[in-house]
Design a protein around this ligand. Structure first.
Ligand SMILES: NC(=O)c1ccc[n+]([C@@H]2O[C@H](COP(=O)([O-])OP(=O)(O)OC[C@H]3O[C@@H](n4cnc5c(N)ncnc54)[C@H](O)[C@@H]3O)[C@@H](O)[C@H]2O)c1
Length: 278
C-alpha cells in the first residue's frame, strides 16, 4: 500500500533532477503521474522508468511558461487518469550574474516566465479543477534563495514570488478543501552544477522526494500555507514574513521622526544571511 494510492498528480520539470525524483517517488507510492518537461527526451525517459518499475505515468512535453499549454497539461491529468489530486510546480531555470552584469533582458525574461508565470499558469488552472471537486493539493518548489542570494537576484526574486503565491493560494483555497505548501530543497542537480558555488557533495534529489510525497498525501492533512525545507538532512519550517512589534503610530511622520524611531524603538532583524543558519 502506498501513501498516494488512487491519486493522480502532475509534476512539472520532471525530466531531470528533483522533479524526476519526485515523480518516481510519487509513482512508487501509488500515484499515476503526468510527467511534464520542456525537453522531450528526459520527460519520456522518466515516464518510461516509472512504467518499467510497474507504475503509471504519461509524458507531456511543453513549456509551463505557455498559459495555453499549462491548461492542457492540467486537463490531460483528468483525461488520462480520471482526476487531478495534486500538482507539483517544480520546473525552473537559473543563472548567475552580479547586478552590474545582469544585462541580458531575454535571459531575465525567460527566467521570470518559467519560474513565476509557469507556476502561476499551472496553479491557477489546477485551482479551477480542484475548487470544483472540493479537494486537491498543490506543492510549489521554492529555494533558500528566497531570502536573497548574491549574484542571483532574478532567481531569488522568482523564488520569493513562489513563496508569496503559496501563502496567497493557501488563503484563497482553504475553504475549498485545497491545501497549498512549498518545499525548499537542496540537491545535486544540473541546476546546482551550474551554480559557481554549487556543492558536489550535496545529497541526491531522491533524498528530498519523501517530503513532496508527504505533502501530497493525507498524512499532511491540515498543513497548508507552509514552506518546509529539507537541506542536507536538516528538516525545518521556514518563518513567514510578519510584522515586527512594536508598531508605532502617529498621524504623520517626518523624516527626522522616522530616523529617530529606526534608531531607537523599532526592532530591526539581522540581514537575512545571518539568520539562515541552522
Ligand atoms: N537543486 C537544488 O539544490 C535546488 C535548491 C533550491 C531549489 N531548487 C528548485 O528545485 C526545482 C528543480 O530544480 P533542479 O535542481 O532539479 O533543476 P534541473 O535543471 O535539474 O531540472 C529542472 C527541470 O525543469 C525543466 N524545465 C525548465 N524550464 C521548463 C519549462 N519552461 N517548462 C517545463 N519544464 C522546464 C528542465 O528541462 C529540467 O528537466 C526548481 O524549482 C529549483 O528552483 C533546487
Amino acid at each position: 500500500m502506498g501513501f498516494l494510492d488512487g491519486r493522480a498528480v502532475v509534476i512539472t520539470g520532471a525530466g531531470r533532477g528533483l522533479g524526476r525524483a519526485f515523480a518516481r517517488h510519487a509513482a512508487g507510492n501509488g500515484a499515476a503521474v503526468v510527467v511534464n518537461d520542456v525537453d522531450a527526451e528526459p520527460a519520456c525517459e522518466t515516464a518510461a522508468a516509472i512504467v518499467a518499475d510497474g507504475g503509471t505515468a504519461v509524458a507531456s512535453v511543453g513549456s509551463v511558461a505557455d498559459a495555453g499549454y499549462a491548461r492542457s497539461l492540467i486537463s490531460l491529468c483528468g483525461k488520462r487518469f480520471g482526476s487531478l489530486d495534486g500538482l507539483v510546480n517544480n520546473a525552473a531555470v537559473g543563472y548567475h550574474a552580479p547586478p552590474w552584469e545582469d544585462d541580458d533582458p531575454e535571459r531575465t525574461r525567460v527566467l521570470v516566465e518559467t519560474n513565476v508565470l509557469g507556476p502561476l499558469h499551472c496553479g491557477t488552472a489546477a485551482a479551477k479543477v480542484m475548487c470544483a471537486q472540493g479537494r486537491g493539493v498543490i506543492v510549489n518548489v521554492t529555494s533558500g534563495a528566497m531570502i536573497g542570494q548574491r549574484c542571483a537576484a532574478a532567481y531569488s526574486a522568482s523564488k520569493g514570488a513562489v513563496a508569496s503565491m503559496t501563502y496567497s493560494w493557501a488563503g484563497d483555497l482553504a475553504e475549498h478543501g485545497v491545501r497549498v505548501n512549498a518545499v525548499s530543497p537542496i540537491a545535486w542537480t544540473r541546476l546546482m552544477a551550474a551554480d559557481p558555488k554549487g556543492n558536489p557533495d550535496a545529497p541526491p534529489p531522491e533524498r528530498v522526494a519523501p517530503l513532496v510525497t508527504y505533502l501530497l498525501s493525507d498524512l499532511s492533512a491540515g498543513v497548508t500555507g507552509q514552506v518546509l525545507r529539507l537541506a542536507d538532512g536538516h528538516l525545518h519550517a521556514v518563518r513567514q514574513p510578519a510584522i515586527i512589534r512594536p508598531v508605532l503610530h502617529r498621524e504623520t511622520w517626518t523624516v527626522e521622526e522616522i530616523a529617530a524611531a529606526v534608531g531607537s524603538e523599532l526592532v530591526l532583524e539581522s540581514p537575512p544571511r545571518e539568520r539562515w543558519t541552522l
